[in-house]
Design a protein around this ligand. Structure first.
Ligand code: NAX
Ligand code: ADP
Ligand code: MG
Length: 286
């Protein structure tokens, strides 16, 4: 039986910031995605990362998205995803989120190749959306040389990757498929649904008991990918951080659903700093 994630995970993971710190202490994250058709996806992922408090956020996307990105989120740095400086930038990051709005083009495939060639064991890679669809087409796209991998498929994406049709996605079958996909085991699977399951490196299984159908809106998963990446950038790649990110996303969604028919992903992101402040546990002041 999976263990229910509970509210206490938020105060366990979210820490009050010490005075003697700077942006360099809260992690560097790069988000790769946003084709000329799907710019909104990478912007929503970026808003997730910024609003959970990633120290430095950079975005590699199609140049057509630059103005919209900076108009909404001037906190984010931008690099054209064709830029020759991308490999060097990847090397500087703690976390790389790849996939929201990436698309399936030759360029998208090239970007996954560049990611795999430049990522190291010190880094965490979060793969979402199109990046997972490309892995489903060719397992060689999986950057398994990263220190830690986090996969965030919805059930249909997981069907494509694992070859398990949705009715057959039981916990046991999912764990077996995950082991086949990443034999070295440095992977966490966030299998999204109305009650998301999380599969840890050690074979542990968790279920998210909260969330609501107001969250069934395009961009909600892109936002989660950014939240997961931003939380890992700042609190480290432990399973607890990942569970807190999943819970926080749904908790924020539930707060908004109390008096909204639909939960807009951008509104969810904007509500995060206030919620996190409430759950921050005190550290000794320095
Ligand atoms: N504003 C934007 O730019 C947006 C861009 N998006 C991007 O569009 C690309 C395609 O992703 P999509 O997910 O839309 O398309 P997919 O075709 O990969 O999956 C969506 C379909 O899967 C099925 N499905 C079954 N179980 C599901 C579950 N539990 N959750 C969700 N879907 C389930 C549904 O029929 C749904 O229509 C990705 O790159 C994605 O990031 C989407 O994230 C939506 C918003
Ligand atoms: N009915 C629902 N109940 C709870 N959570 C939901 C519901 N529908 C969607 N969600 C959540 O919204 C997110 C949707 O992710 P995804 O399908 O990848 O969206 P997108 O690709 O459009 O950004 C997931 O985190 C999922 O758990
Ligand atoms: Mg998605």
């Amino acid at each position: 039986m999976p263990t229910e994630i509970s509210e206490k995970i938020l105060s366990e993971v979210i820490k009050t910031r010490k005075s003697a710190t700077h942006k360099g202490n809260y992690g560097r994250i790069l988000l790769i995605g946003g084709s000329d058709n799907y710019g909104g996806a990478i912007i929503m992922a970026t808003e997730g990362a910024i609003n959970v408090g990633a120290g430095l956020t950079a975005v590699a996307t199609h140049s057509v998205n630059l103005t919209a990105l900076h108009a909404r989120d001037p906190e984010a740095m931008f690099i054209d995803w064709h830029d020759k400086g991308l490999p060097a930038l990847i090397k500087k990051m703690d976390v790389i989120v790849c996939g929201p709005g990436l698309g399936m083009s030759t360029m998208a495939q090239q970007l996954l190749k560049i990611l795999k060639e430049n990522v190291t064991a010190k880094q965490t890679v979060v793969l979402d959306a199109s990046a997972l669809d490309l892995v489903a087409q060719d397992k060689n796209f999986l950057p398994s040389n990263a220190g830690h991998l986090v996969l965030t498929p919805h059930q249909m994406e997981w069907q494509r990757v694992s070859q398990l049709r949705i009715p057959f996605q039981t916990d046991q079958a999912n764990l077996t498929a995950l082991k086949q996909l990443v034999p070295q085991g440095n992977v966490t699977l966030i299998l999204k649904s109305n009650h998301t399951h999380v599969y840890g490196e050690d074979g542990s299984v968790f279920i998210n008991p909260i969330g609501n159908p107001g969250m069934a809106t395009g961009g909600m998963g892109d936002t989660l990918a950014g939240i997961v990446g931003g939380m890992i950038a700042q609190f480290g790649p432990d399973l607890k951080t990942i569970l807190a990110a999943v819970y926080l996303h749904s908790y924020a969604g539930d707060q908004l659903y109390e008096d909204n028919y639909v939960v807009k992903p951008t509104a969810l992101s904007q509500s995060l700093p206030k919620i996190m402040k409430k759950y921050a546990t005190s550290l000794e002041k320095c």
